[in-house]
Design a protein around this ligand. Structure first.
Ligand code: ATP
Length: 681
């Protein structure tokens, strides 16, 4: 069936026709729903006075049901229209053992021929579609909930269909033909992150479809598709577990609002709803219930970039260590053992002995300390009731409830946190100003103590947690995430792209917090040309990286007399970019102060400054810092001020690496004075 290009073209027309008919049917259904809805509302309005409460509830429910069905129809229409533009991207002719081959067309959504009750297009997430990503011609198998289906792939074909027209088709003997991938990667960037369904690679597919891992850690080199894969994985899980997980049950912890905006199109493109997203700082503010103000991660990194403060670095280093987490845990035990001022409790004529109280507190050792008081109070009430042989008065009950917390010497979690530093003999490691403004490194330690003492359950409804930029979070932060989100997790990042080497976590470190984690390493890099990848390797070498064979111009490193001349040259580069046909140019500086300075000089309607307060990603020319550019990509990147004066510390080196790895096709570094030493390798 459909062997030649001509036959495929004709078949495409047939499918488009069926899609058009399906759209028409949905339109008719929507019209019918809205007529019925209007009619129902009118009926209720007119008969309101004669209806009792039960009638009203039933009518309300029926309206809600109709509205819901109507919404579902609108969603379906949107999907059908999208399919009309590009119904499928792949086909395989699969012959299950002992049966003849049938063509399986694979697209972004499934499409059923309602008359024939036959799938004309399979969703890329359907079990059978995994054949397309996992196998070449010949023997193949796929797993269904009912078991493994074995057989052979007799034909494998890829299509590029745009605006309903077949641009090309390609029969492939190898797994996801390189030509199509190359074409995709050579394209100019879109304004937002895009889907990669047509060219998902085998190792990526394994991550996307992994159903077993309770914690999946993806450690991948720059541009290896970690973020793309994580989002496709979410789409897959939403499809696979559609009865039990909805988009609202998933939470993405994202580094900043611009990144959240940048990735926001992917799931809707894949036909899923928008996923809730939260920054670490928002989470912190929520958990501290606005009792404290605190430095943000961005401010911490900027402080490190702007001046070298050995004591500040020492505080960050310590609080990012495993030792810190285990010391906090030891301190919690210490509190239990020493913060009680035990005394017999007298209620009326009954004396509740210390031994009874201690034994009860021990019984509940799994319950967070401050939650135990209520449980022990109940036991004490029972004890007193039995001893007195009568029911207790409300006054007596309250006395018991009030008396127990008084046994414990706790004023506030912050006092306790202060005590901790005295206990470890390092009071100098806590720096709190008069206004109790916390340093970023203290925020999650304080939250951790709160969770351990009070047991917060605010996020129990989340069923899957996605954490991007995992290298930027410390063991204490992971301990908080682990207790707060007992659900499955996907955690991804790249330790080479840390913006704060004093607090970076590698996959190995994260495995210590989540020993049950499945760790995958992705070494193939898709974003940048070979030349750019090789250049970035000079800054932070990784001998295991596998760059894709795609070429472009050599990165340029250009010296100017001074910074004004540099900016003038960048102005000319911007003009060149504007006529180049590329979509995005990132001018990536080390600090926000430098970015602001560059913006002052380069200001124009198409030039945007991205700061830590920005909320949206913009197309065109963006001036920002390496920290904020993390996770983003640009057709072309310019790194100004790449001098030895600007890039000299470990933090600076990370920034330079992040900045250079944002470039897809072209990279230019400008400097004046002496060139940074990080490029000498
Ligand atoms: N299988 C694929 N097919 C087509 N494009 C891909 C594929 N995998 C990755 N890419 C592209 O590679 C680029 C990098 O992907 P992504 O941003 O997800 O990587 P990352 O590992 O999160 O990067 P980084 O850590 O450097 O921010 C994107 O343009 C993405 O579309």
């Amino acid at each position: 069936m459909n062997a030649t290009q001509q036959e495929e073209k004709e078949y495409l027309e047939v499918i488009k026709e069926k899609l058009t008919l399906a759209v028409r049917r949905v339109d008719d259904a929507v019209k019918q729903f809205s007529d019925e809805l209007r009619e129902k509302k009118r009926y209720i309005h007119e008969h309101q006075s004669g209806m009792d409460d039960a009638d009203m509830v039933a009518a309300g429910q029926s309206i809600n049901r109709m509205a819901f069905t109507g919404e579902a129809a609108v969603t379906r229409k949107r999907k059908l229209l999208k399919l009309g533009q590009s119904p499928y991207f792949g086909r395989l002719d699969f012959a299950p053992q002992g049966q003849a081959a049938v063509p399986v067309y694979i697209g972004i959504y499934s499409f059923l021929d309602e008359q024939q009750r036959r799938n004309l297009i399979y969703d890329w997430r359907a079990p059978i579609s995994s054949l397309f990503y996992d196998f070449e011609l010949g023997e193949a198998s796929y797993v269904t909930p009912g078991g493994t289906i074995r057989g052979a792939i007799e034909l494998k074909r890829q299509y590029k269909i745009r605006d309903g027209r077949l641009e090309f088709m390609l029969d492939s003997a190898v797994n996801i033909h390189d030509d199509v991938l190359q074409q995709e990667l050579a394209k100019s960037s879109d304004d937002k992150m895009k889907t990669i369904v047509a060219t998902i690679q085998r190792d990526q597919n394994a991550v996307i479809r992994n159903e077993d891992a309770t914690v999946m850690v993806i450690q991948g080199v720059a541009g290896s598709g970690k973020t793309s894969i994580a989002l496709h994985r979410i789409a897959f899980l939403l499809y696979r577990y559609r009865e039990t997980i909805a988009a609202k049950d998933i939470l993405i912890i994202s580094p900043n609002k611009v990144f959240a905006d940048y990735i926001s199109n992917v799931l809707p493109e894949l036909g899923e709803e928008h996923i809730p997203e939260l920054g670490m700082e928002e989470l912190a503010a929520d958990l501290l219930e606005s009792h404290y103000t605190f430095q943000t991660f961005f401010e911490q990194v900027q402080a490190l970039l702007e001046h070298h403060d050995a004591a500040f670095i020492e505080r960050i280093r310590f609080k990012s260590s495993f030792e810190f987490l285990s010391k906090l845990n030891q301190f919690l035990l210490h509190i239990e053992n020493t913060y009680f001022q035990w005394a017999d409790l007298r209620v009326g004529r009954t004396v509740v002995p210390v031994a009874f109280l201690q034994q009860k507190f021990r019984t509940y050792h799994r319950v967070p300390l401050l939650k135990r008081f209520a449980l022990v109070a109940n036991d004490v009430r029972a004890y007193v009731r039995d001893a007195a042989g009568r029911k207790l008065t409300n006054g007596e009950k309250n006395t018991i409830g009030d008396a127990l917390p008084r046994l414990f010497k706790l004023h506030s979690v912050l006092d306790l946190y202060r005590d901790f530093y005295r206990w470890i003999g390092r009071p100098e490691l806590l720096k709190l100003d008069q206004r109790l403004h916390l340093e970023y490194a203290d925020v999650f330690a304080l939250i951790y103590l709160r969770i351990r003492l009070e047991g917060l359950t605010a996020y129990d409804q989340v069923k899957h947690l996605l954490v991007d930029e995992m290298q930027d979070y410390t063991p204490v932060q992971y301990a908080v995430l682990s207790r707060l989100f007992p659900c499955r997790k996907t955690i991804l990042g790249d330790v080479s792209q840390t913006v704060n080497p004093y607090s970076a976590s590698s996959a190995e470190a994260i495995e210590r917090v989540f020993p049950q984690a499945d760790v995958v390493r992705l070494l193939r890099s898709y974003r940048s040309t070979l030349e750019i990848t090789a250049f970035a390797q000079r800054i932070t070498p990784n001998p295991d990286i596998l760059p894709l064979e795609r070429h472009g111009p050599e990165p340029a490193v250009v010296r100017y007399g001074n910074q004004d001349e540099e900016l003038q040259a960048i102005q000319e580069l911007i003009q060149g970019f504007q006529t180049s046909g590329s979509h995005s140019l990132g001018i990536i500086c080390k600090t926000l102060a430098q970015a602001k300075r560059a913006y002052q000089v380069l200001q124009a309607p198409t030039v945007h400054l991205l700061t830590d307060e920005s909320t949206t990603f913009k197309e065109g020319v963006i001036i920002t810092t390496a920290h904020l550019a993390k996770g983003l990509e640009f057709d072309e990147v310019i790194v100004p001020f790449a001098s030895a004066r600007t890039f000299k510390t470990e933090v600076d080196k990370s920034m330079l690496y992040v900045a250079c790895t944002r470039a897809m096709h072209r990279l230019t570094l400008t400097y004046s004075g002496e060139l940074t030493g990080f490029l000498s390798a």
